[in-house]
Ligand binder design. Structure first.
Ligand SMILES: Cc1ncc(COP(=O)(O)O)c(C=O)c1O
Length: 480
């Protein structure tokens, strides 16, 4: 069994085995003609259930054959130009090289004595990101597993910085379309059930600053403590960017921590054309960035950044076995001092390889391309009488629905759209997402693939319309 451990004696076997796996994936990626096969849970479950984990195959090729059967063939492929659903990006090859390296070396980024150069690389990327944001000389941060964790950590720091006698008095003000991880964080942080105050948005799904000012006043009047304002730079559903300068102004006026959730919009930090859309982000106290959304990085790759490095002390604990207090005096850089995690992947290496190979402009160019594609998609949808489209995109998301010519009942329009999405998924021809707007069902394209063309968008709209019409025809048949 020792032959399976990677060491000096097995380096050649490691090379062969990983190459074999890469060959299989490359073969799949090279030949998938649809983002999904449309496999059902009922069809796939027995194949997975039928595998006896206590009877190993002892042969890499056989294991890969089996993997093809239970996973690779039927996976949902984000690299396909007609995968238009969630915030999943196709990934850049330099990052995949980084992934292969980091998992083989298997550094753990909690302490210097488990990572050495890995710690320095992560710290340099954090500095690079805070400089791109413009957070100033005292800024710092740490890589996390994703936007949910980044938001949680930022709000933990905000809670600790807030001066409140009782947790129940703390409030987080955020737009009604911000990410649900804000609510989840409030719960995890022990805040009361009313802690998250939803602030209305305008027609473009951007937080209304007049309403925010009203809520801040209300808190002051009622003796409540606004612990943080969470502004979103790229909402999950609409890609809308809250008015950051105005929000920052209000936060400064009321002395409230400003967290900017740029999980999605962070790609603009590298943009050559649209960086100005997130102007004001430099006034935040903390920022979430998800490189695994708009920097074309494999999951996981995210960071939380703070204006004042000292605030990260709220996540610091010293354990004798790992990061004893004396190491701070010895100036030994232990990233665990800043992190909610202990053992932690060297995810930063993927971004490092990306920047060292392609450069930030290369990443920014890719993100600009998907923003431009969304603008084209908006024009197509706005000109198409079959569809109603919600918000002109600030990033790369389009929310719309099919409006049947002969149907006016809102519940029936909902059913048509739900059916069309489901049927499209089952066909595997394209994958789109869905959401609700004002209580009604809509469809969503999240465009993160520069390989998607306006012709792809037009073709997917035709497919949706085709499924919708099929549903309407079937329901007429059912009624007659
Ligand atoms: C605006 C925003 N914030 C946070 C998150 C959570 O990020 P993650 O899925 O990486 O935890 C998302 C995910 O879609 C998001 O869109």
């Amino acid at each position: 069994m020792r032959s399976h451990l990677l060491n000096d004696a097995t380096a050649e076997q490691y090379r062969r085995s990983v190459t074999e796996g890469v060959e299989r994936v490359a073969a799949r990626i090279g030949t998938t003609d649809r983002p999904f096969t449309g496999v059902t849970v009922d069809a796939l479950s027995p194949r997975v259930d039928g595998i006896d984990l206590d009877r190993p195959l002892h042969d890499t090729a056989a294991v890969l054959d089996e993997l093809d059967d239970v996973y690779l063939r039927d996976a949902v492929y984000f690299h396909h130009p007609r995968y238009l659903a969630h915030l999943n990006c196709p990934v850049v090859i330099p990052a995949l090289l980084g992934e292969a390296v980091l998992s083989a070396v298997n550094s753990s980024l909690d302490t210097w004595d488990q990572s050495a150069g890995g710690t320095l690389i992560e710290r340099k990327l954090i500095d690079w990101t805070t400089a791109r944001i413009g957070l100033g000389p005292a800024a710092d941060g740490v890589f996390t597993s994703g936007g949910t964790q980044s938001n949680l950590q930022a709000l933990l720091l905000a809670r600790e910085e807030a001066k409140a006698e009782r947790l129940a008095d703390l409030r987080i003000l955020t737009s009604e379309v911000s990410h649900f991880s804000v609510q989840k964080s409030a719960k995890l942080l022990g805040l009361g059930p009313d802690a998250v105050v939803p602030v209305p948005v305008d027609h473009d799904k951007r937080l209304q600053t007049v309403a925010l000012a009203r809520e801040l006043e209300r808190c002051a009047r009622d003796g409540l403590v606004p612990m943080a304002v969470v502004a979103t730079a790229g909402t999950t559903d609409f890609g809308s960017i809250d008015p950051l300068p105005e929000i920052a102004g209000l936060c400064e006026q009321y002395g409230v921590w400003l967290h900017v959730d740029a999980a999605y919009g962070c790609g603009l930090l590298a943009s050559l054309k649209y960086r100005h859309r997130i102007d004001g982000i430099e006034r935040a106290d903390s920022v979430t960035v998800d490189y695994h959304k708009s920097f074309f990085q494999p999951v996981s790759s995210s960071a939380v950044l703070v204006r004042d490095a000292a605030t990260l002390r709220h996540a610091t604990y010293h354990a004798e076995y790992l990061n004893p207090r004396r190491m701070v005096q010895e100036r030994i850089p232990n990233q665990v001092d800043k992190s909610l995690q202990t053992t932690r992947r060297f995810d930063a290496l993927k971004l490092w390889m990306t920047l060292r190979t392609m450069g930030a402009d290369g990443v920014g160019q890719l993100f600009d391309e998907v923003c431009d594609l969304a603008a084209e998609g908006w024009k197509l949808l706005a000109a198409d009488p079959r569809f109603d489209v919600v918000v002109e995109p600030s990033l790369s998301t389009l929310v719309f629905r099919f409006i049947p010519a002969a149907v006016t009942a809102p519940a029936e329009i909902d059913r048509v759209n739900l059916y069309a999405r489901k049927a499209l998924f089952a066909s595997g021809d394209a994958v789109v997402a869905g959401t609700k707007v004002a209580g009604r069902h809509y469809l969503k394209f999240t465009l993160l693939n520069p390989g998607t063309t306006p012709a792809d968008i037009a073709a997917v709209l035709d497919l949706i319309a085709g499924h919708a019409e099929q549903y309407l025809g079937d329901s007429l048949d059912r009624a007659s």
